[in-house]
Design a protein around this ligand. Structure first.
Ligand SMILES: [Zn+2]
Length: 388
């Protein structure tokens, strides 16, 4: 070992002491993926195997848990039925955005989230938490990114669709299902469901026709199941990008409340945010949206959804720095050179694909940048020790 390496190690032992004087760390957002489990189907498809995978995003305010499920049997010809839905939100509450399936998306009469999952991966953790899912629909590739920012009470989502060559997207409808505050009918109780927007407040049973531009947020609440009365879990809400909408409707039933957003196929993407006001009184959730709904929507519309490491990387600068470090590291750099060059090649290729709109490549790029941090740290250490 180089003598100076020993000195560096000795110095590093002192660092934790110095850290006591540091200001508090900024809030971290964690992201978790259980990797999925395959087991026998219990609700349908007797004898088939079903995949269930949990992902979650957590900050100091809230933990949002998501559940993907889908039958894996080839008998369904590339589709993955799941009786209660494929994409759900089991926490913070099992009602509200329905735990087993709150999201579906209809393109040309076929549900997107029922199709093959091309990939599902965590994209960032730390300054923000996020993951992405890519579905292969016969007429389009559809990708979803979900992010949780520090201190926020809601998740931010970007849904993107890219028609396949020769395919025409005749309709794109994004559908959300919630059971506001309580599973009324399933528990033999009668509630009073409402949906409130800045423009109107409608109660069950009715269909609320949405007016693009006038209904930027929707609060789903139940006047019987209100935390203020000691009943229910609290309401939920959504904010949505208005310019991409052709229209929308909310079927306010006594049990499920179903929201359909008809999106311009040529828009290519839709941004929305989801709130689970678990534990909040109706009045407090409404006060929050009245005060912050527009501000949250503006932030959603301006947000860069690319993974943090991808946003920050400057490929040309990284290459120049690596060349300088390899030079400074001299003999100690020789052994690292092939690895460093392989990483740089990968970074360059993936960044180019990412710039072309390939989210899978961006997800991989974030992974390569994270996993190569140690390699670059070693290279920097050698460069520092051997610099002339
Ligand atoms: Zn099946």
């Amino acid at each position: 070992m180089h003598t100076t390496v020993r000195h560096l190690l000795a110095v590093s032992v002192l660092l934790p002491l110095a850290a006591w004087a540091q200001p508090a760390q900024p809030e971290q957002v964690s992201a978790y993926d259980d990797g999925g489990r395959i087991g026998p189907s219990t609700h349908q498809c007797s004898g088939h195997q079903i995949l269930v995978r949990h992902l979650s995003l957590q900050n100091a305010v809230q933990k949002y848990g998501f559940q993907y499920s889908g039958c894996q049997d080839p008998a369904h010809h590339g589709e993955h039925p799941s009786s209660e839905g494929n994409f759900g939100m089991p926490s913070p509450s099992v009602c509200n955005w329905y735990h087993s399936g709150f999201l579906t998306m209809d393109i040309n009469g076929k549900d997107v989230v029922r199709q093959d999952v091309k990939e599902m991966r965590l994209t960032e953790t730390g300054a923000r938490g996020g993951f992405q899912v890519i579905w292969s629909h016969p007429d389009a590739e559809v990708s979803l990114r979900i992010l949780l920012l520090p201190g926020q009470n809601h998740v931010l989502c970007l849904l993107k669709w890219q028609p396949r060559a020769g395919a025409t997207l005749k309709n794109v409808t994004v559908k959300f299902r919630c059971y506001p505050s309580f599973f009324t009918a399933a528990r033999q109780r009668q509630g009073e469901r409402h949906v409130k927007t800045p423009r109107t407040d409608q109660q069950e049973p009715t269909t609320l026709e949405l007016v693009p531009g006038k209904d930027p947020w929707l609060l789903y609440y139940d006047t019987i199941f209100d935390v203020a009365k000691g009943e229910g879990e609290g309401p939920c809400a959504i904010i949505a990008e208005q310019t991409a909408l052709l229209g929308g409707k909310v079927g306010i039933g006594g049990y499920a409340v179903n929201t359909d957003l008809m999106v311009k196929p040529e828009a290519g993407s839709l941004r929305f945010g989801l709130y689970d006001f678990a534990g909040s009184k109706n009045a407090d959730a409404e006060a929050y949206l009245q005060a912050h709904g527009s501000e949250d929507l503006a932030q959603l519309l301006a947000l860069d959804f690319r993974p943090g490491l991808v946003r920050e990387v400057d490929v040309a600068k990284l290459k120049a720095e690596a060349a300088q470090l390899l030079n400074d590291a001299a003999d100690d750099g020789v052994a690292l050179k092939p690895k460093v060059e392989a990483v740089l090649k990968q970074v360059e290729d993936l960044a180019a694909k990412g710039q072309g709109g390939d989210w899978q490549a961006e997800g991989e790029l974030a992974g390569v940048l994270r996993s190569s941090e140690e390699l670059f740290w070693r290279l920097k250490t050698f460069a520092m020790l051997n610099r002339k």
